[in-house]
Structures are given as structure tokens and as C-alpha cells.
Design a protein around this ligand. Structure first.
Ligand SMILES: Nc1nc2c(ncn2[C@@H]2O[C@H](COP(=O)(O)OP(=O)(O)O)[C@@H](O)[C@H]2O)c(=O)[nH]1
Ligand SMILES: [Mg+2]
Length: 464
């Protein structure tokens, strides 16, 4: 049992502790023996044999060197940490903040491609900043910072807006759409909302939709010239044709306002003064729903990939409503063959691979235009304006019930090279009665990104 030895006040002149093996390592042994003497002094007697054992071990030169090296490495790591050098976390997420792409850094610890977002990460708080606490002068509480994702999103935004043509009576359905869009996407990006209406928006509508977003909200009434019968339309004939459709049970067959709406969406929405400053739009209708988180900016995607028109759902048109639209389009193409892109998407419209626009039958396929992400400049182009004017003069918006969906689809499929049209397969979208849901479980479902069933997707269900 080692006897009590008082702690030396300096290295020189201090007594030699007992049990100190005399070896060539005298200086370091001497330092360790002082340490062990101190340990003896501060620990209960029951622990002393253990301490002695440790001391004997450390007195062996190889073990001493090993321990010294380990301790040195630990001190170095601690110093680097203090200097602000960050190491990738060992907690299991990939793409630490100190390395990887800009996207990896922006996604931070939540954006791991491996999908390991464990609470352990949070407990570890690796790489996270100390919150700036501020006293709320109203309540007196010290508040952690508010986290509004759009304000933290460091990336540039596109010149874009949501556009919704909507009636006052659709307020609640519009609010539902906004809730979904905001939660899945816009909370992180903060794009403005533009609401259009042929009538003045009432206060309840304005208040109701403003409550659904922190983004800018703009309301505009559509001037009368965009929502009414043009001079060349024979309204008696139009009424007779509507009546026929009513008798045949055609959906919206008797509706005048539906026809004004389709004509407006075909030819005029992109001309509205409130939209002049924007380059991109995302169309949102009341009552639609999104089921997947949209974590990237689709507008920037469109820009980066040179896209012009984006869709989610393709379906067949109701032939009775568009009986002469295909022929009118062919006639326009004969007048302006220079507007038809050589690499167009004609085989989206014509099944027979040996036939083209002039000799092929339209398969009735069209992009369902209640969802669109697109370039406003495409609709503002000379080709499209002339095409719309040509169609408008035919009168089919009123004598039949031409929809903006087939009109937009023909223009996109014929005037654009097909690679400028994009299927947003990753944007899970519902407009009654159809919806899409991405199929890849690993990318979209096993990681909490989507809330839909891949088997309940229009792509796989087919059209009935
Ligand atoms: N302001 C206004 N919006 C309309 C009118 N009719 C339809 N809409 C809007 O136009 C879009 C398409 O109409 P909707 O009734 O959804 O047609 P569906 O999707 O073809 O069944 C929706 O955004 C409607 O809110 C109208 O008379 N006035
Ligand atoms: Mg609709």
C-alpha cells in the first residue's frame, strides 16, 4: 500500500514517490508517479490497488508511448473543433454540411439521400447553429427564432406566380388547394398567388385566401373584352348548339360561362396586366390536391432544362365537344407550316406511326390543363397568338365547346420540340376524379415524401 505523499509544488525538489520503478524513462515516470500520488491522495483506499496496477502498466515504455499518442490525438481533435473545423457526422446521414453539392448543403441533415433522419441526429445537434434568442417585448418570454422555410431558402427564385381563375363561390375549395400547395411546396419557396375572376372578388374571398399563405396575393378582375361574345359569333346559333348538347347530356353542354372560361384560358389569361411581369406560371384550380413534398423548385427546373410546358395527367378528350378542332388545327398548320417544329410530338396526338398531322386521326390525347407549369412567353408568342385567333374566328369555343386543354395540347405538341415538354411524374396531383402517384417506392414512399398509393395512380389505373 502506498503511503501518503504530499503534492509537490514544483518538479524540482519534490520527494520521490514510493513504488516508483527506476528506469531509463525517469523523467516521464517521474511525471506519471506524481499523477498517481495525487490520485492516491484523492481516492478512497479501496481503489488504491487498482491505481497501483495502472501505474505499473504505464511505466512500461511501449504502453506509455501508446497512451501518450492517443491523448495527443484527442487534444488535437478538440483544438480543431474549437477552431470551427466541421467533420461529417458519424450519425448516419450522408451529405454533411462541410462537404457535398450546394443542394446537399442546403438540405443539411434532413436531406440525406439515404433517408436516415433519426432523432439521434437531433440529440447530437452536430453542425447546427446556436439559436439567436430574443426577448419578446410583448410577452417578456425569451424566444427561440421562428423557422419559416421560405425565408431560410437561400436559392434564387424564378420570375413566377401561381395563377388561379376562380369564382367567389369557390372560396373554400380554393383554400383547400392553397393549403395543399403551401404545405407541399410553397411554404419553402414563397411564390406569389394571382387570382383572376370575371367578377369582382368579394371581401370574404380575399380574406379567406390571404389567410392561406404568407406570400404576396394579387387579385384582378378580367376586363369585359376577354369574357364575352366576340362580334362574329352568331349567338342564336350558339344557343341552338348548346341546347343540342344539353339534350345529349354533354357535361357543361348548356353552360355559357364554361365556354367563356375555356376561351379565356385558351387565349387571354397570359395577357392579363397582373401577369405581365411574370415569365412562368403554375395553374391551380379550386379543389385540387398534392400528395408529395415538392422539395425542389419546378420553375428553376423548367429554366435549367430548357422546358416550356409541364403536365402531370394526360387523358382522352370528349369528342362531342371538339368535333372540328382537329381539322381546324390541320388547316392552320397548312397555312403556317413554318410554325410546326420538325421535332414535334405528333405521335402523342396520332397513334399510327406511319401517319402525321395531315393524314392521321387524333387519338383524343391531351394534357389535362387544370395543372400546368409553363412559360407565359410561349402563349405570348406570335405562333400561338395567331393559332388562337384562327381558332377563335372559327367559333368553336361557342358552337362546340372547345376546351383550353386540347387547344394548349395541340400548340405544345406541334409548335415545340418534344423535349421541351415535361411530365412532372414526381408531382403527385389530384383533380377529381383522377390523380397520379409516383411509382418508385424507395424514392417517394419509403422515406415519408408522399402520401398516396402507387397502385392508385391514373398512370396505372388507366382510363375508364
Ligand atoms: N371566375 C370564374 N372562374 C370560372 C368560371 N367557370 C369556371 N371557372 C374556373 O375555371 C376553372 C375550370 O372550371 P371547373 O369548373 O373546375 O371546370 P372542370 O375542371 O373542367 O370541371 C376553375 O379554376 C374554375 O374556378 C366562371 O364563370 N368564372
Ligand atoms: Mg376543375
Amino acid at each position: 500500500m502506498a503511503a501518503y505523499v504530499p503534492l509537490p509544488t514544483s518538479a524540482t525538489g519534490s520527494p520521490t514517490p514510493p513504488n516508483q520503478p527506476q528506469s531509463s524513462q525517469a523523467p516521464s515516470s517521474f511525471r506519471t508517479s506524481r499523477l498517481f500520488a495525487a490520485l492516491h491522495a484523492r481516492t478512497p483506499a479501496a481503489m488504491h490497488p487498482l491505481i497501483d496496477q495502472l501505474e505499473r502498466l504505464l511505466s512500461r515504455p511501449r504502453i506509455a508511448r501508446f497512451v501518450a499518442f492517443g491523448a495527443g490525438a484527442l487534444v488535437l481533435l478538440a483544438l480543431l473543433g474549437l477552431a470551427g473545423v466541421r467533420f461529417p457526422s458519424l450519425a448516419g446521414y450522408s451529405g454533411g454540411w462541410a462537404s457535398g453539392s450546394a443542394g446537399d448543403r442546403a438540405r443539411g441533415k434532413w436531406g440525406s439521400s439515404g433517408g436516415l433522419h433519426s432523432w439521434e441526429d437531433v440529440k447530437g445537434n452536430a453542425g447546427l447553429a446556436e439559436p439567436v434568442l430574443e426577448v419578446d417585448t410583448r410577452t417578456g418570454y425569451t424566444m427561440p427564432p421562428e423557422v419559416y422555410p421560405a425565408a431560410l431558402n437561400p436559392f434564387k427564385r424564378a420570375n413566377a406566380a401561381f395563377v388561379a381563375l376562380v369564382r367567389n363561390s369557390e372560396r373554400e375549395a380554393m383554400r383547400d388547394s392553397m393549403r395543399s400547395v403551401e404545405a407541399r411546396f410553397n411554404k419553402k419557396f414563397g411564390y406569389p398567388w394571382v387570382f383572376l375572376n370575371d367578377e369582382p372578388f368579394d371581401e370574404a374571398f380575399k380574406l379567406g385566401v390571404r389567410k392561406m399563405t404568407r406570400s404576396e396575393v394579387i387579385f384582378a378582375q378580367i376586363p369585359k373584352k376577354y369574357w364575352g361574345y366576340p362580334s362574329w359569333i352568331n349567338q342564336t346559333h350558339a344557343a341552338e348548339e348548346r341546347q343540342k348538347m344539353v339534350d345529349e347530356g354533354v357535361i357543361y353542354g348548356g353552360s355559357e360561362s364554361y365556354r367563356h372560361m375555356c376561351r379565356f384560358n385558351s387565349g387571354f389569361f397570359f395577357e392579363q396586366e397582373v401577369l405581365e411581369k411574370y415569365k412562368w406560371y403554375w395553374r391551380v384550380e379550386p379543389g385540387v390536391e398534392y400528395f408529395c413534398d415538392i422539395d425542389y423548385d419546378p420553375f428553376l427546373f423548367m429554366e435549367a432544362n430548357n422546358k416550356v410546358y409541364g403536365f402531370t395527367i394526360v387523358l382522352y378528350e370528349y369528342l362531342r365537344t371538339v368535333e372540328t378542332l382537329w381539322d381546324a388545327t390541320r388547316e392552320f398548320a397548312r397555312l403556317h407550316p413554318e410554325y410546326i417544329d420538325p421535332n414535334n410530338a405528333i405521335h402523342f396526338l396520332v397513334d399510327d406511326k406511319n401517319k402525321g398531322l395531315q393524314d392521321g386521326d387524333w387519338n383524343l390525347c391531351h394534357f389535362w390543363s387544370n395543372f400546368e407549369i409553363g412559360s407565359l412567353d410561349f402563349w405570348r408568342s406570335k405562333e400561338y397568338r395567331e393559332y388562337f385567333k384562327f381558332l377563335d374566328e372559327k367559333g368553336g369555343f361557342f358552337y362546340e365547346r372547345w376546351g383550353d386543354a386540347p387547344v394548349h395540347s395541340f400548340a405544345a405538341a406541334l409548335f415545340l420540340p418534344q423535349e421541351k415538354i415535361h411530365n412532372f411524374y414526381d408531382i403527385s396531383y389530384r383533380h377529381n376524379p383522377y390523380q397520379t402517384c409516383p411509382q418508385n417506392r424507395k424514392l417517394f414512399h419509403d422515406n415519408g415524401k408522399c402520401e398516396c398509393y402507387p397502385e392508385n395512380s391514373f398512370d396505372t389505373d388507366g382510363f375508364v
